[in-house]
Design a protein around this ligand. Structure first.
Ligand code: HEC
Length: 488
């Protein structure tokens, strides 16, 4: 599109126009619906004859309606500005630049929300593990803790069940989790789905279409949560060890499947997102509802359903074990030697299990049990893994598998001499490129180092892989050269 096209015309011609209009209409509809709901719940709350339980339910519904209404407003404005910005830069050299800033600012939000969420979660685990549970406690208390931080002294009390009167201003911890997920999903969209051809699909892994890649990505998040939820509702939950074992096997299947369907990088981020989605799902579907039930029971003086607290506790514990793996995976996504390796799904599993193992050591330590084997085992497995996937170890392995000149020569005659020969057969390169020929053993041996660089390490030969060289053939060349490139 040329720069002379007026902006309005450009807006109307944008391929994103209809998706944006539909989304805005939907958000507007939701906004007015939730606004009306909040108002009617508000007037209902003015009635005098409400029982405590009904009043609580109405208050909860009203605050949810208000939060959703605000969220609709926020997303409405985001879509308007996003669409205007998109239309302004679409097809111009500014497009990549604007996407970069969007990426950076959403990533920033995501990291901050994640720090707030995991930080609060670590803080409460610290509180639990460090409460004074014995000295001078009132009957209704489970424990208390004195702390000094910033400019002052703090004093926290934990109740055994609930205070007799629920305070008007009760602080909930939930939006950190929700915003982490929302910003994370937005980031998946910006980085992966908006440019799926480049970032989701690796034809050497699986030659799938863009919609298929996105469907696999989004589907994995939903499926991951559903499988986990079914596991939590089954008898498996009664045995922690067995639960963890089955969970790991299923995780391994997910890692294997995703790394064999998507590009390594996309597979890694989606395994991280599956874990993140399970964690947020736990907050949204189990932990917050059971906290609400706890407050409701306290407000109405009804007995509390103990199983609710137990379920929330289990999910909370799982989230605790997920914290280190999820952060490890998110970071590893920036390090190609992890996701770019041919055994990347095993690397992913080692990272998940070892980082959860470190968390286990840490949890035990907080409870006063020092079991250094957990820490040592986890760290050693990470170190061993990093050694095994290192290029020098691979070279050591490869140089132990005997490979003859005949094998190497067969590869070169099949893939290189079309161009690199005194009589090339290639349609484009009718004389040997750079004068490099592989017609005789002496010519090949003389070029061994360069063959290693171009055909093995950087994979920049054959040119455009015109002759269809396979990974196995590259390995044959590599082994022969590592063993001294000899003609036997
Ligand atoms: C389709 C034609 C084609 C095929 C097939 C091909 N090459 Fe090349 N090769 C070229 C061209 C063109 C150049 C020069 C441009 C460049 O260096 O990238 C080149 C350059 C090279 C060089 C660099 C030479 C120098 O002077 O530094 C090496 C090494 C090389 N090729 C190795 C190989 C090997 C090994 C194979 C087989 C696995 C192979 N090539 C297959 C076209 C081809």
């Amino acid at each position: 599109m040329s720069a002379e096209v007026p902006f309005l015309a450009k807006l109307l011609q944008s391929p994103m126009l209809w998706p944006a209009v539909v989304l805005l209409a939907l958000l507007l509809g939701l906004f007015s619906w939730f606004r009306r709901l909040a108002l009617s719940l508000g007037s209902e709350l003015k009635r005098e004859d409400l029982s405590a339980g009904v009043r609580f339910d109405l208050e909860q519904a009203r605050s949810t309606a208000i939060a959703t209404r605000q969220a609709c407003k926020f997303f409405f404005l985001t879509v308007v500005f996003g669409f205007l910005a998109y239309a302004a830069v679409e097809g111009t050299p500014m497009y990549g630049y604007v996407m970069e800033w969007l990426n950076l600012s959403v990533r920033w939000t995501h990291v901050i929300a994640g720090i707030m969420w995991i930080g609060a979660s670590f803080y409460f685990i610290f509180l639990e593990n460090n409460l004074n549970r014995t000295h001078g406690l009132r009957d209704e208390l489970a424990g208390n803790l004195w702390a000094i931080h910033g400019g002052g002294f703090y004093y926290v009390e934990k109740y055994k069940v609930a205070p007799k009167v629920i305070p008007a201003n009760l602080h909930w911890f939930k939006y950190e989790a929700y915003f982490t997920w929302l910003s994370g999903f937005a980031l998946l969209f910006l980085v992966y789905y908006a440019d799926a051809k480049a970032f989701m699909i690796d034809p050497t892994v699986a030659d799938i279409s863009v919609p298929a890649a996105i469907a696999i990505g989004v589907g994995s998040l939903v499926l991951g949560y559903v499988i986990y939820d079914v596991m939590c509702r089954s008898k498996l939950i009664l045995n922690q060890g067995r639960f963890a074992l089955v969970g790991m096997v299923i995780m391994a299947v997910i890692c294997y499947a995703l790394t064999h369907l998507l590009s390594g990088r996309a597979a890694f981020i989606h395994v991280g997102a599956v874990i993140g989605t399970i964690m947020v799902g736990n907050v949204f579907f189990t932990i917050i509802p059971s906290q609400k039930a706890l407050v409701r029971a306290a407000k109405t003086g009804q007995p509390l359903d103990a199983s609710l607290g137990k379920k929330a506790g289990q999910r909370s514990l799982h989230n605790n074990y997920f914290t280190l793996p999820v952060v490890f995976i998110m970071i590893s996504n920036h390090f190609p030697s992890t996701f770019g390796h041919s055994g990347n799904w095993i690397i992913l599993m080692v990272m998940i299990v070892a980082s959860a193992g470190i968390k286990h050591y840490w949890n035990l330590l907080d409870r006063g049990e020092n079991k250094p084997m957990w820490l040592a085992g986890s760290v050693i497995s990470l170190v061993v893994m990093s050694f095994v996937i290192s290029p020098s170890f691979e070279d050591t392995m490869d140089s132990t598998i005997p490979t003859s000149f005949a094998e190497a020569n067969a590869v070169i005659q099949a893939r290189c001499v079309q161009c690199h020969s005194a009589n090339p057969t290639d349609d484009q390169w009718t004389t040997a490129p750079n004068g490099v020929m592989y017609d005789t053993p002496e010519q090949i041996v003389a070029m061994a180092d360069k063959i290693m660089t171009r055909a093995v390490r950087t994979r920049t030969m054959p040119q455009g892989n015109k002759t269809g060289m396979t990974d196995e053939e590259r390995t044959v060349l590599k082994r022969w050269i590592l063993q001294g490139a000899k003609v036997d």
